[in-house]
Design a protein around this ligand. Structure first.
Ligand code: NAP
Ligand code: G4F
Length: 330
């Protein structure tokens, strides 16, 4: 039985990845903070099959203890303050967690489990304003504090690989969403609002920049790519994306239409929600991932929107009728 350690196991991707690795027969360990809520709906259906360790990406000793406690074969570094908008309000903390946090974890692995394979949750945000479509050859041009931290982590992974022979890879993932997405990311903010408007518990939805274009896939497909990258014969960095971009307004229109609503009757724009710099378009060329790990997305844009809207309409009705949503069962 292989052992995996997931930092950020309580997040969207952490929950999908933990589920995938359990199904593959792994012993799955994860790190949690004092303020984490592992008992919420994302992990609860399989919480009793996980081993959790207290650790914070800002605390090197706790990361080293977590690695030493489980001696993993595979380490997935998914922990980050991952909200780009928030990174403008908390630049030092965000850069510390996303950037130095990865350095601390790499050092912990080198000290305690040097033969472990390490997956780093990199992001298309490191390409910033470099022209689309972005691929492994695109120059890095990070344009927000989150992306600056992630760019530092990207280089640290490559340095540990080349200097110490660590099997460490950057999965350069484009946006991926799901019914488990945090509620402050734009897709889930939209589908939660659609659900509540259908249930009659919300009237309108305020958004920022509707023109930004993103390459949106489903998170369940993307954690499969993470795992496949750690099964490569030799480590390499790969872009993972659908190759298709839509605007925020496209997502709004599709989500409201999926519930039989006209978005123009409910959506307003608020300049306070527009970021100091917003990347106009991120869309990936994942042809190398297709070639190297045989990966391509199974869930397209329309199915993604439909799945999230259906889930959130059901959720909003349950919240309205029960006071709170019942715990989901497997
Ligand atoms: P998420 O839902 O925001 O989850 C973030 C996770 O990081 C949570 O488990 C959180 O734990 C943990 N975390 C935050 N600060 C921490 C700290 N100081 N120490 C330890 N843990 C901390 O993010 P996600 O969407 O699953 O994304 C997973 C990773 O992929 C992130 O690194 C993100 O930057 C990256 N990424 C995401 C996407 C995307 O579209 N989803 C695309 C590219 C890259 P708590 O529960 O304790 O808050
Ligand atoms: O959903 P978002 O907050 O995601 P963003 O900024 O693209 O970041 C996500 O994807 C990255 C990969 O590209 C990850 F690295 C990162 O961790 C995170 O998962 O915003 C998407 C777009 C942006 O252009 C934003 O300005 O939607 C625009 N937007 C418009 N109104 C909004 C809103 N974003 C949010 N969160 N809230 C709004 O009201």
């Amino acid at each position: 039985m292989k052992t995996a350690l997931i930092t950020g196991i309580t997040g969207q991707d952490g929950s999908w990845l933990a589920e995938l690795l359990l199904a593959k027969g792994y012993a799955v360990h994860g790190t949690v903070r004092r303020t984490s809520t592992p008992g919420d709906s994302r992990l609860l259906p399989f919480l009793d099959r996980l081993v959790l360790h207290p650790a914070d990406m800002t605390d090197a000793g706790s990361l080293r203890d977590a690695v030493a406690a489980c001696r993993p074969d595979e380490v997935y570094n998914l922990a980050a303050q991952s909200h780009v908008g928030t990174s403008w309000a908390m630049p030092a903390y965000t850069t510390d967690v996303a950037g130095l946090g990865a350095v601390r974890l790499l050092d912990a692995v080198r000290a305690e489990a040097p033969s472990a394979r390490v997956y780093q949750a990199s992001t298309c945000e490191i390409f910033g304003t470099s022209p689309a479509p972005q691929s492994e050859a695109t120059p890095l041009a990070p344009r927000n504090p989150y992306a600056v931290g992630k760019a530092a982590a990207y280089h640290a992974v490559r340095n540990h690989r080349d200097a110490y022979g660590l099997f460490a890879v950057n999965g350069i993932l484009f946006n991926h969403e799901s019914e488990r997405r945090g509620e402050r990311f734009v897709t889930r903010k939209i589908t939660r609002a659609v659900g509540r408007i259908v249930a009659g518990t919300q009237g309108s939805l305020a958004l920022g920049n509707l023109e930004a274009r993103r390459d949106w896939g489903h998170a369940e497909d993307y954690v499969e790519a993470m795992w496949r990258m750690l099964q490569l014969d030799a480590p390499e960095d790969l872009v993972v994306a659908t190759g298709v971009s839509h605007s925020v307004q496209d997502f709004v229109e599709a989500a409201f239409a999926a519930a039989g609503l006209d978005w123009r009757e409910h959506v307003t724009t608020d300049p306070a929600l527009v970021r100091p710099i917003d990347i106009p378009e991120l869309v990936g060329d994942a042809s190398r991932a297709r070639e190297r790990i045989g990966w391509s997305p199974r869930v397209g844009f329309d199915a993604l929107v439909r799945r999230m809207v259906d889930h959130d309409v059901r959720l909003a009705r349950l919240e309205r009728d029960c006071g709170e949503a019942p715990v989901p069962r497997r």
